[in-house]
Ligand binder design. Structure first.
Ligand code: BGC
Length: 251
C-alpha cells in the first residue's frame, strides 16, 4: 500500500517548520512544529533542527522518507546558493548531510519549486495544463515553472534583471514593509515584474504566493496582464506539502 502520510519540512530564514502531510488530500495530517532557524545557520546546525523535527513525527511518518525545502538553488541534493543562509551551504551536499543526521532518505527541493508543485497538485493551479508560473513574494522572490504538471526545477526568475537591477530587490514584498510603500507605490513594481515574466515566457497561468497573497484583493485586480493571475490557495502550507509530495517519487 502506498504511504499516505509523509513528513515535509520547510526551511526558512527565520523558522524551520514541519508537519505530516496526507499526500492523497494535499493537507496536513498533524500539527505543525516550528523551531527558529539556528544562528549561525550552518548546514550542520540546520541538520540538527531538521532531525529534531523528524524525531517528533517519526512514529507516524508512514513513508519513512523526508521532503525538505531550501530557499536557494538545489541541484541533485547540492545547495548552490545561500542568500540568507550561512555560506557553508554553497556547494554542500545538504541532502546527504540531512539524511545522515536523520537516518532516513531525504529529498531536498527549492522552496518555490515545492510551493508550485503543491499549488498545481492541490491548490490554485490544480490540474492546470500548459505553463504555470508560481511566484512567492516575501524576503525574496521565489519562482517555479511547471509545464503540464511537470516541474522544471530551479527557475531563479526572482533575479531577473529589469531596469538594470536584480528585480527581487524591488518587487519582493519585504520592500513594501521596509520602505513603507503604499499600494500605489508598490503595485507599479509588481506590474513591471509580472509584465516582464509574461513577455518572456507567455505563461498560461501565474500564481502569487507568500504572506502578501492574503491581501491579493488589494493588488491583483490592478495588474494589467493578459495572463490570468490568481492568489495561492495553500498559503504557508504549500512549502511543507510540496516537500512531502516531492519526496515520494511515484507520486
Ligand atoms: C532565492 C530562491 C528562493 C527565493 C524564495 C530567492 O532569493 O534565490 O532560490 O526560492 O528567494 O525563498
Amino acid at each position: 500500500m502506498a504511504a499516505s502520510k509523509v513528513l515535509g519540512i520547510d526551511i526558512g530564514g527565520s523558522g524551520i517548520k514541519g508537519a505530516l502531510v496526507d499526500i492523497e488530500k494535499g493537507a496536513f495530517a498533524s500539527h505543525r512544529l516550528r523551531i527558529p532557524t539556528p544562528t549561525p545557520s550552518t548546514v550542520d546546525n540546520v541538520a540538527q533542527v531538521v532531525a529534531e523535527i523528524v524525531a517528533e513525527f517519526q512514529d507516524d511518518n508512514d513513508a519513512k522518507v523526508l521532503g525538505v525545502t531550501y530557499p536557494g538553488v538545489v541541484q541533485r541534493g547540492v545547495t548552490k546558493s545561500a542568500a540568507n543562509f550561512d555560506s557553508s551551504f554553497v556547494g554542500a551536499h545538504a541532502q546527504d548531510v540531512f539524511a545522515q543526521q536523520c537516518g532516513i532518505p531525504v529529498t531536498l527541493v527549492n522552496d518555490a519549486d515545492a510551493a508550485g508543485l503543491a499549488e498545481v497538485r492541490y491548490g490554485a493551479a490544480k490540474d492546470h495544463a500548459g505553463l504555470v508560473i508560481m511566484t512567492t513574494l516575501g524576503t525574496g522572490i521565489g519562482t517555479a515553472l511547471i509545464y503540464d504538471g511537470v516541474l522544471i526545477p530551479n527557475a531563479e526568475l526572482g533575479h531577473l534583471e529589469i531596469d538594470g537591477v536584480d528585480y527581487e530587490t524591488k518587487a519582493a514584498s519585504r520592500w513594501r514593509d521596509e520602505e513603507h510603500l503604499t499600494w500605489d507605490e508598490y503595485i507599479p513594481r509588481l506590474q513591471r515584474y509580472y509584465e516582464t515574466l509574461e513577455r518572456l515566457l507567455t505563461p498560461d497561468l501565474i500564481v502569487v504566493g507568500g504572506g502578501i497573497s492574503k491581501l491579493a484583493d488589494q493588488f491583483l485586480p490592478h495588474l494589467k496582464l493578459s495572463t490570468p493571475i490568481v492568489p495561492a490557495k495553500l498559503r504557508n502550507k504549500a512549502g511543507i506539502i510540496g516537500a512531502a509530495v516531492y519526496a515520494v517519487p511515484a507520486n
